[in-house]
Design a protein around this ligand. Structure first.
Ligand SMILES: *Cc1c(COP(=O)(O)O)cnc(C)c1O
Length: 244
């Protein structure tokens, strides 16, 4: 990367961290409670390397094959890798190689397949379709307690929390990040009630919610993992704007 591009990336990163800090302050939360996951599905290995050199510790990708390729090209990195995209059951073996945390377990069958294939402890989040949009993947909220009951008997897979993707702003009824607050509050409520109940007592600790359009509101509602892509890559030429 050109030094000028690295400067742009660094300024973007500083601005995002500052916005995270300010949102934490508004919510009376400690900054250490929120981890920034840099979403790099749109971008190159060079940008990922630069982000890591700038101190980013968590990288989010949405496709297993792309992640394995990028990781191979990087040749080892101190980062933690997150799967934030949908996982097909036939990719489970590869996903177990590629990621430290899988955010997108959205069915009992997928959880069982991960558990069956895993040879060591694996950490996952359950993706919930809080808003009930037909176009969104994720488990319907009503299915969560059933999944968690099943998960209590999994040997290797540990559910650490919940993930959601809020509706895209600009759609009917969702004009402003404020309009998404109920979605994030609902995910937090789902986690609290799971933590109060039976076999999952106090085991869920992470809420993966918030992206460029809405991460500040998500933090105010309790996000512990925010997944930010576009805001970090703004103004970079080397960034292909085709999300994959
Ligand atoms: C792409 C993606 C993001 C990042 O989105 P930006 O709007 O670029 O910040 C976050 N979460 C998921 C699940 C994604 O697919």
């Amino acid at each position: 990367m050109e030094p000028q591009e690295i400067g742009t990336l660094e300024a973007n990163l500083r601005r995002v961290r500052e916005r995270i800090r300010a949102a934490c302050e508004r919510a009376g939360r400690s900054e250490d409670e929120v981890r920034l996951i840099a979403v790099t599905k749109y971008t190159t290995v060079e940008v990922i390397r630069a982000l890591i050199e700038l101190g980013v510790e968590d990288i989010g990708e949405s496709r297993v094959q792309d992640t394995l390729r990028k990781r191979a090209e990087l040749g080892g990195s101190p980062a933690r890798w997150h799967l934030i995209g949908h996982l097909q059951r036939n990719k489970v073996g590869k996903a177990l190689e590629a990621y430290d945390l899988i955010h997108s377990v959205d069915s009992v069958r997928l959880g069982e397949e991960l558990d069956r294939r895993a040879e060591h402890p694996v950490e996952v989040l359950v993706q919930v379709n809080v808003s009930g949009e037909a176009s969104k993947s994720g488990l319907p909220s009503e299915g969560l307690s059933e999944l968690l009951e099943q998960a209590a008997s999994w040997r290797n897979v540990r559910v650490l929390g919940l993930m959601t993707i809020a509706p895209q702003l600009g759609q009917a009824g969702y004009e402003d990040p404020e309009d998404l607050r109920p979605v994030f509050a609902e995910l937090r409520e789902l986690m609290s009630s799971a933590n109060r109940s039976g076999s999952f007592a106090d085991q869920l600790v992470h809420l993966s919610m918030g992206m460029t359009q809405d991460f500040e509101v998500a933090i105010e509602e309790g996000a512990t993992l925010v997944r930010v892509g576009s805001a970090l890559l703004e103004g970079l030429e080397s960034t292909a704007r085709t999300a994959n």
